[in-house]
Write a protein that binds this ligand. Sequence first.
Ligand SMILES: [Zn+2]
Length: 226
Amino acid sequence: MKIISIKKKTVIAVIAVVLAAVAIIIFSVASSSSAAAPNGLTVVIDPGHGGADGGVVGTTTGVKESEVNLGIAKSLRHFLTESGYTVIMTRQSDKDLSDGSGSFKQSDMRARKKIIDEAHADLVVSIHQNSYPRKEIKGAQVFYAQNSETGKSYAEIMQRVLNGTLNSDRTAKSGDYYIIQCSDAPSILIECGFLSNPSEESMLVSTTYQQKVAYAILTGVRTILE
Ligand SMILES: [Zn+2]
């Protein structure tokens, strides 16, 4: 009958409209959780050490500094990418960058410098963990190249943010580290905590705390560059 066929058409039309509305809602939810539009800024993250060079070692767990550095670096890459940054990592796995030519450390560092030079970065962040004979010493500390005024001001901003978010009470300092002196890009080196302090070590090995440190560094980067 005709009346029934009109009703059928109406029902089909209503279903189509509902499905379209659901599709729009799903699409908008999905797009709101994806990365922000690129902001035109590039950050190089350098997870210190790796492979044959594990860096310092945790006093209680024996964790390698290189592992903690990579954990924080990967989390920082995620947060920065979500915030619209272009991110370049000097390493993405537990491998060093040495090609076997010359001394191991020199070859590894040359490879990192090449990545930094080619990135034309707005900021280089090298991630490390500290160690000291006196176990009570703790806290995050930021270093800059001695002759870099920009590096100094960036390091001081980052230090303020880390002191405010990671219960740290340290001062940014100049440091004689190759990675923050090897290029023209503004560079800072962050010693996120002391693996020689048992309570700080127990936090630094946890994924949750590594994410907290990464988020604090993200806040510092945004304060510096935006
Ligand atoms: Zn280190």
